[in-house]
Design a protein around this ligand. Structure first.
Ligand SMILES: Nc1ncnc2c1ncn2[C@@H]1O[C@H](COP(=O)(O)OP(=O)(O)OP(=O)(O)O)[C@@H](O)[C@H]1O
Ligand SMILES: [Mg+2]
Length: 400
């Protein structure tokens, strides 16, 4: 091989290893270094799960529930607790959910060779069908299906079997378990009350199994925990708040430095503010700013860079935001614009309604409800805020 190719390869390898990767991550579950703070929440959730509690974890979207849960489960796995994670909202039907849940439980429990026997013994009453496939990467996977389940009664019986599985596995292995059911609010779509009843009845007997039910539609989750619903008082409720502003800002600046870029004083705080301190939005702004500065070949990032990046992002999202805007009714547009300009308060007052030419209070209220339903706006304390901080900036700059 000619010498120059070798040298070329050496340089590529050197760059791959030495060029610091972007230290900010968004749009996926983050753990360890990319995860900021939340020490108290981690400790509490870990303790409760290890003690077999049934915990409800509630927050608006993109606050970091899945990331918190993943980190805590990893910690528990190191303590030899058997962990299982299932996203309820990924299933398109109740039986589909039971299949994916059963699969996750069996996979957590069993080395592949013992799989068939285990599944047969643990789920004998419902005759599961196990399929082994390998994916395009060659890793083998298996799937669980329940072809004999046809009627609603069959489904109810299957649910009872599957929901009882964790207790049986924990007993057979003499091991504690921790189970996370993420996007748990989706369960209400399956079969309403009966799923909640069956699951509640099963989990309350399972002393050795901790559960975390994480949900991102606070109003739906709170209703599920109300009196006369099966999960009423079933366990502690954790409402995940935003990360402390100053702590988050400091963390961002430290990550910039760690990634080999000097942050101008105040950059962390400016990012947190502009992102309304929503963890996803914070990491997005930080990630994109870091990328832009890096692409410019510079080693320091400041407020001007942040604003240039913001302008770029707004430009890239323009079409999407415009489409969203055009789908709104005139009343909804007016209310959204007023909400952005007025910081989300006093929207029903005569003064604000006159200033922003809003309709009567009852129409403002129904417009707000429609915006919340579409996840464009969310309620935060007593205020209404735009869910996406980029959309908020776009509305403030591009609409009249
Ligand atoms: N503790 C944290 N520190 C830093 N960034 C975080 C933290 N938690 C969440 N994030 C950021 O927020 C993003 C969303 O986090 P995650 O998916 O865990 O939230 P979620 O509440 O489960 O959201 P959803 O309701 O959409 O499922 C992550 O990709 C990451 O960028
Ligand atoms: Mg999530």
């Amino acid at each position: 091989m000619p010498a120059y190719i070798t040298l070329f390869q050496v340089i590529i390898t050197y760059n791959d290893v030495m060029a610091p990767a972007n230290p900010f991550v968004y749009g996926e579950v983050v753990t360890s270094g990319a995860f900021a703070d939340r020490d108290a929440e981690r400790a509490r959730l870990g303790r409760d799960l290890a003690a077999g509690q049934k915990v409800f974890l509630i927050s608006p979207r993109r606050y970091g529930k899945s990331s918190l849960v993943r980190g805590v489960l990893r910690g528990l796995a190191r303590q030899k607790i058997l962990t299982v994670e299932v996203t309820v909202a990924s299933s398109s039907s109740y039986i589909g959910f039971l299949e994916s849940y059963a699969r996750a439980l069996i996979a957590a429990d069993t080395p592949a060779g013992r799989l068939r026997r285990w599944a047969g013994e643990l789920l004998q009453a419902v005759r599961p069908e196990l399929r082994f496939d390998s994916d395009s990467m060659g890793t083998s996977r298996f799937a669980v299906a329940f072809p004999s389940v046809r009627t609603a009664r069959d489904t109810a019986r299957l649910a009872n079997e599957v929901f009882a599985l964790p207790g049986r596995i924990a007993a057979a292995r003499k091991q504690r378990m921790a189970i996370a059911l993420d996007e748990f609010q989706a369960i209400t779509a399956f079969n309403g009350g009966s799923v909640e009843h069956a699951l509640r009845a099963a989990v309350q007997d399972q002393r050795a199994v901790g559960y975390v039910f994480a949900g991102s539609e606070p109003s739906l989750m709170e209703r599920m925990l109300g009196p006369r619903r099966p999960f009423y008082k079933a366990g502690p409720v954790m409402r995940l708040e935003k990360i402390d502003k100053a702590t988050f800002a400091e963390w961002i600046e430290a990550r910039f430095s760690k990634g080999g870029m000097r942050p101008e004083p105040g950059l962390g705080e400016a990012i947190v503010d502009l992102a309304a301190n929503v963890p996803y939005d914070v990491q997005r702004l930080a990630h994109e700013t870091w990328d832009d500065v890096k692409a410019g070949g510079r080693k320091a990032a400041g407020l001007d860079d942040l604003h240039l990046t913001l302008t770029r992002l707004l430009g890239e999202q323009h079409t999407v935001f415009e489409e969203s805007w055009q789908r709104l009714t005139l009343a909804q547009r007016a209310v959204l614009r007023a909400l952005v300009l007025e910081n989300g308060t006093e929207l029903l007052s005569a003064d604000v309604r006159t200033r922003h030419r809003l309709p009567v209070a009852s129409s403002v209220q129904s417009a707000l409800a429609a915006l919340v339903r579409q996840d464009i706006v969310m309620k935060e304390g007593g205020r209404y805020v735009a869910s996406d901080s980029l959309y908020r900036e776009w509305v403030a700059r591009q609409t009249y």
